[in-house]
Design a binder for this molecule. Sequence first.
Ligand code: FES
Length: 602
Amino acid sequence: MSALTVLPDGSRAESVEDNNVLESLRRHGTILTSPCGGEGTCGKCRIRVEEGSVNAPTPQERGLLGAALDAGDRLACQTTVQSDATVRIPASSRVPNVRVLTGGAPREVPFFPNVRRRTFTWERERLTDVESLVDAVAGMLDARADLRVDLPVVRELATGLEYGKTYEATIIGDRLVAVAPEAAAADPLGVALDLGTTTVVAQVVNLTTGEAVGTDSRMNDQSRFGSDVIARINHCFTEDHGLGELQDAVLSTIKECMAASGVDPSHVYEAVAVGNTTMMHLLAGISPESLGQLPYTPVMRAGVDVPASDFPMPFSDAASVHLMPGIAGYVGADTVAAMLAAGYDEEYDGVRLLADIGTNCELVLQRGAEIVACSTPAGPAFEGARLEHGMLAGPGAIERVTIGDTCEIRVVGRGEPSGICGSGVVDVTAQLLEAGIIEMTGRLVSGEDIPESLSDDIRDRIQSTEYGPIFVVARRDDGETVHVTQRDIRETQLAKAAVRTGIDTLLHSMDIRAADIDELLIAGGFGSYLNTANARRLGMIPDIDDEKIKYIGNAAIVGARLALISSEMRARGEELSRRVKHVQVALLPSFQDRFAEAMLFE
Ligand code: FES
């Protein structure tokens, strides 16, 4: 086993069994960006080996790093140490503290959670004329006839209750799960969980008052196995314990969220979890292999209640976890939750489109009571994963770009730029198009094709490299640039074409014109920072007036919370999931033509 000195902080890490640097750093708590899951194909886990002996560069590193290998640059996932070594981690390789949306537009719903508290006084005289103590307590609680009593409570009834004393009973659905003296019983808590591929959000709610009492969000620890669901599914295919590793990773993220939220987890009696269909399978420990191949049929779709101890989750021993229903293999419970948050359970007088744009883009179109939904694989460009200088929307990410006589940028956290995130990519592509630096086909111009009308500063930013032309978005103090390449533009084109093809397909399926859309609801982290004028310019969304566009934030967590505090909303979510008509966009004969058309810029 070798020791690694990690710069710039000088901390010491121990190498893992096979001496892989990426994994050694992870165990040490230094998490590097690794969207390809350590396959050596994304080039994002770059480090510099300053001292020590390491393995020879792999073919992947030769392809991705080229001349930088001579300076000592390596890919952490491809590097194994053969002695004690010193490695330097550039800021651009570290996973940033990602900006996560933890809330959205609230909606008034009847407060009637599945977890309820009832007070009763244990009276000797109520024990006559009943068949059992269990029947007696059910009578004192005025509970439903089918009330079931958990065995620990039955034991408590046998010996633990004092006549004349008042108790608090905790009921989950039709189960009496706990009885405690009135003064000792803290309010029951519930947790809404939004399990995203990139991030996890946990919102703790007091189930007596409905108030949110703690929220935490963090990177999904599964990210180290790859940035998208396909990489996670492949991990289950290819590794013996892949499914278990992925389940453990998301459970440990939930535990960290709970620890950070500052509440006593033993007071949590119910969690409602939403996420895309792959995330829901992984949480439940169900192999998602069927989601990795046509026709992408999920193993489960309906909502289920599972004892928290089955996972296990760090809640009360009696707690239950409700997994919300999904719609299809790539339209998951998070979309059902977002629909609840947006009021899709009610008839709508007009036409509205809900769009949650991310690595996977989910779209739901409603006219009256009729609802159709689809998903399209936008790919990782909007999360920066496959772009040369792409990054998640954390400190250092360029999130806004305006091109005029010069190129103005806005950086998350206002510091030095270290990369560009999804909203910045949309901006820069649209602005380059507007300036004539990108053609309709997506070609980045160079040489004499550069429009003469451009300022000297902008012309200087169009540079030729051995890999083709690039546009320099920003220059850093250390002399490095943050730029976009022709390949980045192609990735953005693919992503925007996927979104637009999905929208056009849904509109066509209901025979609706884009002009007839009364409301475009944009949900999710990426969408909330999207400049819609630039998205329109790219043709990613149709020509819809700004006043018809509403940002509804993290609608998935809002919907999960609604299902947590209202049994009625939970039932409506179940009903919605069955009622929505799912369209498999990529399997339609029109798909290729529509996609090819959407690839072009207007
Ligand atoms: Fe190392 Fe992708 S190249 S994680």
